[in-house]
Design a binder for this molecule. Sequence first.
Ligand code: KIV
Length: 261
Amino acid sequence: MSDSAKITPEWVRSRKETGEKIAALTAYDYPTARLLDEAGIPVLLVGDSLAMVVLGYPDTTSLRLDEMLPHVSAVARAKPKALVVADCPAGTYSTPDDARQTGKALIAAGAEAVKLEGGVEQSRTIRRLTEARIPVMAHIGLLPQLAGRRFRKVGRGPEEREKLLADARAVEEAGAFSVVVEAVDARLAAEITRSLRIPTIGIGSGEGCDGQILVFHDLVGLFPWFRPNFVQPKADLARAIHAAAREYLAEVRRNAPVVPG
Ligand code: KIV
């Protein structure tokens, strides 16, 4: 594939054979999508973390589809080479038919694939979506739409371990092209990764996955009020914004020329 070629779900799936690690980030708006795409990030997720880090909700469960759609369109307007994946908000895929409607709305808004949370219990829904030619990124492990803000490591006891292995097999068999593995014990995440033919994209699940995904705001220090302990921020944008705003405030107060000249 040439450097300028559009990233597709099939490209993501085939990283399993090439062994190239997949780097994914969330994006919720046009400039961020453009910047991340220019930097070469191949997968942009319009995640339902939008609810918390952009819209100020306490967790992801309150996000409505009509709030999500404009953000999907904004990211799509950047015309990224990256694959644009959009989360199905909580409560919008309770049945396979609901999921199909939600998937169609997200695709019409500009998404090229959708993500939804759940393993075995979502396999019928994933199948329905893939039959409708809506590519699905699955999501197993910690499921924030169920767990709310209660973040914890999963997969340490034998029951959770068996459940997660079954979830991973189920989403693969249902036709998902990749699977996010969130907050899963690192050894189990590596075992799941070895057992699947589709790539795993980890978050807080160690280095044994086929790729990694992070919330953009965590990566660049733009949501300083809460930071998951597995994230090593690469920038401190909250500090940069505080500094710029304070400098501007001081300039305005002393009536300094805001525009030079
Ligand atoms: O919404 C989100 O941010 C996610 C994470 C897995 C990145 O689903």
